[in-house]
Design a protein around this ligand. Structure first.
Ligand SMILES: [Zn+2]
Ligand SMILES: [Zn+2]
Length: 239
């Protein structure tokens, strides 16, 4: 059935034509969330993935090289897209003020998470916090925007009152594995000591080595959370 549009929506579209959140080109009049080219080009992750971190794998096997060699503190995680497919879009979302992308990205993550959230018995979504000064600079925390969208669609509440960023860390992407871990030590602090939650899902935009999720998982465990999962918007390819 075709959706009916109000005059105000049509006028708004003419004044501010909707842009594709993936390629930033103007979308022809209300054809959908993303443009036709991106529908063809960008697909959510499917096929063989690492059973631990959810990285797409070239061949059918249980775990990626990373997860075979490293012990993670979370139980399992999934991501919606491959990073290389949406890298430019994530950059605009994080640094270019395009917070409106959260609606589309959050919806994609919620779709991906639906079954898992039931399977995991998730009680809360906890976005990776940013330092207040960084949030002021950017005007928002993109992980929080994603978690908010997922919460609306899955009914699992978002909790921002459990963990906070205790110091401003270096951007993770400029560091190697060991530096990343050191950089994140004491990066988070617990705001609530007895949170009375068994199972939570950490929400982030990008999963790279897992050190951010592990650092959060470590501190959430000290607050009594037993099972920690994660969901990210994008992830790299595994070996
Ligand atoms: Zn597009
Ligand atoms: Zn893995």
């Amino acid at each position: 059935m075709k959706k009916k549009y109000r005059i105000s929506e049509i006028v708004l579209d003419l004044m501010f034509p909707p842009r594709c959140p993936l390629c930033d080109h103007v979308i022809e009049f209300r054809k959908g969330d993303i443009c036709g080219e991106c529908v063809k080009r960008v697909k959510p992750i499917s096929g063989s993935v690492c059973m631990k971190c959810g990285k797409p794998l070239e061949e059918e096997k249980e775990y990626c090289f990373d997860c075979k060699t490293k012990k993670h503190l979370y139980v399992q995680g999934i991501s919606a897209f491959e990073y290389r497919d949406i890298a430019a879009s994530i950059y605009r979302f994080k640094y270019g003020g395009r917070q409106e992308y959260a609606a589309f990205f959050g919806r994609c993550m919620a779709r991906k998470l639906e079954k898992k959230i039931k399977q995991w018995k998730a009680e809360a979504l906890v976005p990776v916090p940013v330092h207040p000064s960084r949030k002021r600079e950017r005007g928002y925390n993109q992980a929080e925007l994603l978690a908010k969208e997922i919460a609306v669609r899955t009914g699992v509440p978002m909790r921002c009152d459990i963990v906070a960023r205790s110091k401003k860390t270096m951007p993770q992407k400029s560091l190697d594995g060991v530096q990343r871990q050191n950089n994140l030590k004491k990066a988070f602090k617990i705001l609530k000591n007895d949170v009375k939650l068994n199972t939570i899902v950490i929400i982030d935009d990008i999963y790279t080595t897992g050190s951010t999720v592990d650092a959060m998982a470590a501190i959430l465990r000290t607050a009594g959370v037993k099972n920690i999962y994660y969901a990210a918007l994008a992830i790299g390819r595994g070996q």
